[in-house]
Ligand binder design. Structure first.
Ligand SMILES: [Fe+2]
Length: 247
């Protein structure tokens, strides 16, 4: 039987089972649902443009406009980093981490056909969980929303991922996309790597540390420029106690 390394080498993609345990998968799916709910609450209360999207997430990613997405979350960047050895074994490549990105797709989400940027030389999409309880099971038995890849032989292949399963693919070479989603929600995290001494070589996607925003100027400037004023961040309630304001 062909090894995973040989399959990846020959085809540029590879499906992996049990990349994370059931416990971790359940934890992370709940984590994404809670994070998306937190953003919905912040967005509703503060309004678009009035909160820090690099910390709380955004609905404005053009790839999935209207869906919760977040770059470089510390939890997922930590998983990204801690899985490097496993990724080396699966692909047969010497890799280092660049960045993680997670998203909660919702009803009617579409991912247009595309290839990824340079920090996604070796890309992955890991299924954390989904809710398709709204889908008519008689019309669509065992509905599972596939990611499509175009193989080197120009074939369109649907890859169905159960929670805990992952697709690895050469992000800058293999076209990938998703057709319209019928379910309620579907959580994926994308873990990205570059080859050591490869053509891109962009450790941590150009950041100094994991868990940081993509662009360091996105870090709250009032905190980094030493002009921090506690009154900008707190409000006094009726009992004379100070509460933090989410920005
Ligand atoms: Fe992509």
């Amino acid at each position: 039987m062909q090894s995973s390394q040989d399959f990846f080498k020959d085809n540029g993609y590879l499906k992996v089972s049990n990349f994370i345990s059931d416990d971790v998968q359940t934890l992370l799916y709940t984590y994404v649902l809670n994070s998306a709910q937190r953003l919905a609450n912040i967005h509703e209360n503060l309004g678009q443009g009035n909160y820090n999207t690099t910390r709380w997430g955004t609905y404005e990613d053009q790839q999935a406009f209207g869906d919760y997405s977040l770059y470089g979350d510390m939890m997922f960047d930590t998983i990204l980093s801690s899985k490097t050895e496993q990724m080396k074994n699966l692909t047969g490549l010497n890799l280092f981490p660049t960045y993680s990105y997670h998203r909660l797709y919702t009803t009617d989400s579409v991912l247009d056909k595309h290839i990824d940027r340079k920090s996604c030389e070796v890309s992955t999409t890991l299924c954390l969980g989904y809710d398709v309880s709204n889908v008519n099971s008689k019309m669509y038995p065992d509905y599972n929303w596939p990611m499509w890849v175009k193989t080197k032989n120009n074939e369109d292949v649907p890859v169905h991922l159960q929670p805990g399963e992952m697709l690895i693919y050469r992000g800058c070479e293999i076209e990938h996309w998703r057709d319209k989603f019928k379910g309620n929600n579907h959580a994926q995290v994308f873990l990205h790597y570059n080859e050591v001494d490869g053509q891109y070589n962009n450790l941590y996607d150009g950041r100094k540390f994991l868990g940081m925003p993509h662009n360091s100027v996105d870090i709250e400037p009032s905190l980094t420029l030493n002009t921090f004023d506690i009154n900008d961040y707190t409000v006094e309630d009726d009992n004379g106690e100070y509460k933090w304001i989410i920005k």
